[in-house]
Design a binder for this molecule. Structure first.
Ligand SMILES: [Zn+2]
Length: 381
């Protein structure tokens, strides 16, 4: 009887793993962790979580509610059970307006998500009067935590910089990039070594050249990281960047970050998938929906980490909607569904996993409330 049971169990197990074997991620840093079955995902989400030491915030730039609905139905490469995102139970919405506009830009909404304070469009980490606002990276560092910032766009992008630095304008790319490196997050990843390196000077140049382990592209991550197996140095990796097709690269980079950042005091990690905004502005619906899947695979990687690290809070949201994406009526084609090339004021989705995450269930909060929740968690309050 026991043998029969064992046989049935192993058949179920084999079926579970082979059912998503066809989307095995490429690359070296996978260990099969990114590909999860529905049962594994649910088990992780339903586990007993403990007081969070680690916070992972994943932002789909410009990812509106309808992007998520359409991606689940229309993109090849989604798990056979749909998006991992849609397995998460504690979900709600967030409003995104800025201090001076109904429709925000990524600078004001990034600042709101990083500091809990509304500011004007174009402002990075400053209030409407131009005063510096304390951000979650600064607060996490005060608590002795490690900091990770990952974006699949430029280092000087409004979303990543809003979490770390202060500047009166998102257009000051050079100042923003230099301030990011001078803050020296323990893990920093963005696209394009050549253009990033060209911006750095002064203290940032010295830190980049002397204090960071630098991998100029994803192919060089492994050999670079192998030189520092105990994670003593800060790591700056240049990833593949946002793409028109679903990618595992952001998820793989997240896995690198989890290993580098894990420590007794915990960490704060922000990960941005930017294609949902970039392709929204270009009215490229396939690129936009593919970027939802890229984000979803990163969510799977985060959940895989949480399986053995229940002292982690995971929040997934967006800074704003881009493209005014509507759902199809009748025989409307996907390409007909983007209605504008700009941002909109549509409230965005919020998904949360971990102790206390029921706070977000079935309600609409403001984006500043997400930041306040994260900051309280980081402070251990
Ligand atoms: Zn945008």
């Amino acid at each position: 009887m026991k043998k029969l049971l064992a046989l049935i169990l192993s058949i179920i197990l084999i079926f579970t793993f082979t059912s998503c074997g066809n989307i095995e991620p490429e690359g070296w840093y996978t260990e099969g962790e990114i590909v999860l079955s529905k049962r594994q995902v649910q088990k992780i989400i339903d586990q007993e979580f403990t007081t969070p030491k680690n916070v992972i915030l994943i932002i789909g730039d410009g990812m509106g509610p309808n992007d998520i609905t359409l991606a689940q139905e229309n993109v090849t490469g989604v798990y056979d059970f749909g998006l991992v995102l849609n397995q998460i139970k504690n979900t709600g919405f967030a409003t995104t307006h800025s201090a001076n506009a109904d429709v925000t830009d990524s600078a004001a909404s990034g600042t709101a998500l990083a500091t809990g304070v509304k500011t004007n469009n174009d402002y990075i980490g400053k209030d409407p009067d131009g005063n510096d606002l304390k951000n979650v990276a600064e607060i996490a560092r005060e608590q002795g935590k490690r900091i990770g910032i990952i974006t699949d766009e430029d280092l000087s992008g409004a979303t990543p910089t809003a979490f770390v630095v202060h500047n009166i304008s998102r257009e000051n790319s050079k100042e923003l990039a230099n301030a990011m490196v001078t803050f020296k997050p323990d893990v920093l990843m963005c696209k394009d070594y050549t253009s990033t390196s060209a911006l750095l000077e002064g203290d940032a140049r010295k830190i980049f050249d002397n204090e960071y382990l630098v991998a100029k592209d994803f192919k060089r991550f492994k050999e670079t990281l192998d030189t520092d197996p105990e994670c003593k140095k800060a790591f700056f990796g240049f990833l593949e960047g946002f793409s028109t097709v679903p990618s595992y690269n952001l998820a793989q980079c997240a896995q690198v970050a989890f290993k580098r950042l894990k420590n007794d005091k915990g960490f704060f990690l922000m990960i941005e998938s930017s294609g949902t905004d970039k392709f929204g502005h270009k009215n490229n619906i396939n690129g936009k929906l593919s970027s939802v899947v890229t984000l979803d695979r990163t969510v799977a990687a985060a959940l895989a980490f949480m399986k053995n690290n229940p002292d982690t809070l995971l929040i997934i949201t967006s800074d704003h909607e881009t493209g005014g994406v509507k759902l199809p009526e009748g025989d409307e084609k996907l390409t007909d569904l983007l209605t504008v090339t700009s941002h909109t004021d549509t409230p965005v989705r919020v998904f949360a996993v971990g102790k206390g995450s029921e706070y977000f269930k079935d309600k609409t909060v403001d984006n500043t409330d997400i930041a306040k929740f994260i900051i309280k968690t980081v402070k251990g309050e």
